[in-house]
Design a protein. Structure first.
Length: 94
């Protein structure tokens, strides 16, 4: 499977990347140049429909980067990630 991972550099993301990489092709997203693709959760303009193209799943391990971010704003960020992934994915009926 081809799995997208947001937040590879943190404690949980590092562990998730290590384990997922054993059995899957992992594509990492984040603000660091160490990631496969650039994605800034604070900047919706970096959410490109093609960004998640070809992924079978998406794991979100990124932490909050703006401590002043209000709860509703954070929900909006997660909604944007979910919508971008859903629009770029074809669901298969088994």
């Amino acid at each position: 499977m081809r799995i997208g991972l947001i937040g590879k550099s943190g404690l949980i993301g590092t562990a998730a990347h290590r384990e997922l990489s054993l059995h899957h092709d992992v594509v990492t997203f984040g603000r660091s140049s160490q990631n496969d693709a650039y994605l800034d959760l604070n900047d919706v303009s970096t959410f490109d429909r093609e960004l998640f193209q070809g992924l079978d799943g998406l794991v979100h391990c990124a932490g909050v980067t703006d401590e002043d971010l209000v709860h509703d704003g954070l929900k909006g960020v997660f909604a944007n990630v979910s919508q971008a992934f859903a629009k770029s994915t074809v669901m298969l009926d088994h």
